[in-house]
Design a protein around this ligand. Sequence first.
Ligand SMILES: [Zn+2]
Length: 699
Amino acid sequence: MIGEQSRTVAARVAAILNGGAAEPVEIDELLSAADTAYYDEDAPIIDDASYDQLAELAKALTGQAHQVLGEVSSELVAIPHAYPTLSLQKAYSAEEIHRFKESAARTLGLAGGPDALALSIEPKIDGLTLVLQYAGGRLVRALTRGNGKIGEDVTHNVRGLAGVPSEIPERERTLYIRGEAYLPLSRFAALHAAGEDVATARNTAAGDLRRKTGSQSANAGGINRAQAHGITFLAYGIEGWELSDRLPTQPEVDGCLALWGFTVPEYRVASEGPGPTEQFDQPATETGRAIADLLDTVEGVDFAMDGLVLKVANRDWQRRLGASEKTPRWAIAYKRLGMEYEATVRSVQWQVGRVGQVTPVLICDPIDMDGAQVTHYTAHHAAFYQALGAGIGAHIIVTRAGDVIPKVLRLAIGQEPDLHLPVPDHCPSCGTPLHLRNEKVLECRNAACPPKLRKALDHYAARDNMDIEGLGKEVIEALVSGGHLHSPVDLYRLTADDLAAVPLANGQLYGAVRAGKLVTGIENSRAKPFSTLLHALGAPGVGYPECRAVAQQFSLAELLALSAEPTGTLQAALTALHGIGPATADAFATYMVENAPWISTLAEAGVQVEREQLPQAAEGPLTGKTFVVTGSLEMGSREDVEAWIRAHGGSVSSGVSSQTNYLVAGVKPGGSKVKAAAKHGVPTISEQDLRALVEGGTS
Ligand SMILES: [Zn+2]
């Protein structure tokens, strides 16, 4: 999941830097995702140059610099940590927690396996990590996490905070107490109500704690702003002491911290692991029950929570497990996907997408989600929006569940839906009457609708499509608003002279140098394979495998001829291809019909429109057999398994049909595929069976 998200972020950043359109709020979210990866996870997902360019762009668009929370500020004194403050590995499912336990049990050589591993489970607070140094029993220093190796000295703001004792009874050793400082949500609400300029609880806490020394003297009574705001510290760890003898378990560490006057988190201990298929809303094991119970107990706590931390309870085992370069091996953060937040609707925008879908977007007061400031939530489509009934001022429950675009889930408890919310009947951008598809989705079918055209051009020119270097957001905007482009095919009619004279939004002309480069970029795109062209056209929900299947079977002229036949002809022809389901065929055919007027002129533009050669299939024991792969397999990712099948002569399709010879099912197979296999009488085989087909050579 993480990998996928990183790739999405990296791909979006590349597209935006390549000139793709983006809202400032999205850019800020991407920067925050990059910050988290860099500072909290030590696993950068974009390179420094891209980051800087994106930050520049954000500044140019909003006039404000992007604020990084984890960064070491130049205004505070930077001090190396005595013990690196590593960030935690993250788990998003019971299965991942189980894998973590298995790995730990293996390293420790536990005879009882993962079930013999007791875990201590506590809430993960979304605050600012602090390390408090006590020497001779006195608080001598407080550092922020910083970049994990070097922190900022914030001692002046931490002394006197709620939950921070100035002295502890242990005087012999220098100890480092770890914990999280946070602004209680009730205090945040009070500040907000009092009209203070506070964006989020986390930002306020970070801002208060990272104020410079001088600023506190302005406060009366010797109380600094962090104290005045009620910033609170919660302790969860001790470092600098071989504790195994005196405090053999994590709960005893928490008990010791509490005894010394620290506030400690609520926790649970569980001594047997969840099975891989467990869901925490229906827990069947002790760990599952402990997690569910803890989540119940801390429901409505006075701090923002962004998951749970699971620690191997035995301190000696913690020590033996140690840490990799980046993360400890004895603890893991369980991030609940789909953390839910409440937001208040301030306005509604109807945005026109690349293929003309007109999507309701609810705009709310900013919320801090995993460090990103979020204000826009998609309400999916007109039917969802009307059923939701969230008018201006409504309280809604929102989430960002693994995907980049945050969405609205439902009305908050106690809110009455307004079932008479209006939806537009004309396109908000071009005024064309809208169509309602499948009684759900509003669509603008004007191919020249400006936002739709801009996004279509952006998609067409993207690196993994026609890869037109130089066709950035700025020039697309100028060409569309200047009436030079009505569809991607118009690109091929532009001359360098035309382009050089195009005025940009900043009043300057595009100029001969850039025009020359862009013309070369457009010229190069003519050589792109036909399947790439089909993908660049951007029919909704039609991916590369489908485009390749179509391109190997039909030329553009044949597709256009079929689309001119009675409705359903092209759909039927496409559905007959391997790997193309009815929904994809339908989306593709609809797109061809609607865009036929300009698509039919593509051949004249000199792009590749002829049928592609089938790649020479490998000969092997699986030749002539078609496989569908589902679930997770030991051999590797689904792509790996599919490549393996192809290498042995087999072919692979994405959906089960009567043409399929075998369904290869791993752990957690897709239910719909298993059902389809049963329906079509397709045998379901295991990974071992698949290997046997190759090794036995008698398929
Ligand atoms: Zn429109």
